[in-house]
Design a protein around this ligand. Sequence first.
Ligand code: SF4
Ligand code: SF4
Length: 350
Amino acid sequence: MKDVLIKGKDLSAFCHNLQDSFIVYGVREKEEGHFIFDEIDEFSDSLEKYKPTILPPKKYLFPQQETLLRFDTEPHLEIKSVVESKKQVLFGVRPCDIHGIGLLDKIFTSDNEDSNYLRKRADTLIIGMDCMEPCYEHAHCASVGCLDIDDGYDIMMTDIGGVFFTTVKTPQGEEIVKKYVEYTIAGEEESERFLKLRSDRKGRFDNKIETEVSNLPLFFKNADNDPVWKELDERCLGCGRCNIVCPTCYCFDVYDCMDLTMTSGERCREWDACTLKDFAAVSTGENFRSTRGLRLRHRFNRKFNYLMTKYNTSFCVGCGRCTRSCPVNIDVIETVNAVINNHNNNHERE
Ligand code: SF4
Ligand code: SF4
């Protein structure tokens, strides 16, 4: 389908009409300056400039708690898998969070496919909302290559001045545009305006990382003994907030809940956090990452080294949520730049 134009005043009707067939999750201002993804029945155009939500929209694909199977042990063992899903639309998702979902797609389809995630993902349509300027001071999406996005959404809307230039990416995207909203085909003038705005925005997004993002695995491979981990060991509280708000963290814990008869129950999973003390503790009593500094070193290596090396893309999408949420102001960009600078200073001395 060709690019189309949707008037700003028609977005609320779009959102409303989609509810004929989907549960629609969009952005709501919970309290001043704090936004969440929630079930909505209309789109508020004042939210076009929303700051990253407290939790990313991954919670609708990979919920904080989820039942994986139910079992009975009497009269004989019976196990039933549980995959709960419903048709849903994520409305107004920013490029960083779309990149985050794209990374979860990679994780949950490589090695062992995660049927719970995949069913929800197949039932989900993503309506993106592009960014023309940094949404707040902690955003560093452009620094990690996650501002521009060509994939991972069904439609992408860009405000070109009262009207949204809309790129339709998938057949499902085409279907919802044709069925649920008034639109016109974009002309040459609007296409040119869109391209100019996209090109002009580059100057507004600084590169906050003091090297090319593709160099980061090399810096982190050589940073095991960097003094920054000692400094962070003293500051970090080990609270796990930075993991919980991150759109690309996907670790979970699995546990069984038995009912009172002790003959049946559920196997559940819930988000876990590698910055928590017990994350790497094993049953013999050892803890492979017993200090907060070691746990943070691991977390940064996951984002900028281990997974980046395996998948050839940054596993930080630049949303800045971890920096915003940290109670002791540990800043992801300051930490990355400290590793780069300490490495460079060591080499100058040699
Ligand atoms: S590491 Fe921090 S800035 Fe990067 S994606 Fe996770 S929460 Fe966002
Ligand atoms: S949010 Fe801050 S204090 Fe809490 S674990 Fe993460 S870095 Fe440490």
